[in-house]
Design a protein around this ligand. Sequence first.
Ligand code: SF4
Ligand code: SF4
Length: 211
Amino acid sequence: MIGIGILKGMAVTLRNFAGSYFEKDRLITVQYPEERNPLPENYRNFPILIYDTDNAEAGLRCVACKICEKECPPQCIYIIKSDDKKPDYMGKPQFYPKVFDIDISVCMSCQICVEVCPFEAIKMDKDFELSKRERFDALLFRKEELSKSNEYYHRIHPVEAAAVDANLAAAAAAAEAKKKAAAAAAAAKPVTPTPPTPPGEAPPESSSPTS
Ligand code: SF4
Ligand code: SF4
């Protein structure tokens, strides 16, 4: 019969409407913005830059390698690398971005910048309430605005952030073990004895600095 599908659909709507007064599960809407549905772990919006410690400048993971800038399909990342180096959060001297801007009016949330970053420095935010009155400058997010703490990253992507922390800790432990093994190998290297100087000849000059 023509229209039977419509009637069945209306019956489902009516059942859910009446049932929603008794069963909370039947409610599919919330009183936004007072109430919000939790966003799924993998929800993403625009990129952010992660920093460790409580210092956004010193703890920034980004080393301004510019891989993300090169790979971004719509070319909405703009980076200027520093001339000098500063210690990163692990104390290693690194370049840093003097300027790091993302034009979020162009960004298409593809996450390619995140996939290509070798330093776990750029991740996707979940903040979607970003409407602005100005169309241009207000949508150009600068380094200060993009920088978010690792704690914030853990709050928005707990599973992913825990995996990243584990990877970084494993990499740091491997680097430390390699350093210790190299130091032990250098210490165990046998010292070549200096041959005796034949009588009447001057002893060879030492290559080590004298104090
Ligand atoms: S999410 Fe995609 S479009 Fe946006 S900055 Fe990253 S690479 Fe570019
Ligand atoms: S965010 Fe990552 S890929 Fe982009 S410049 Fe910084 S370290 Fe390099």
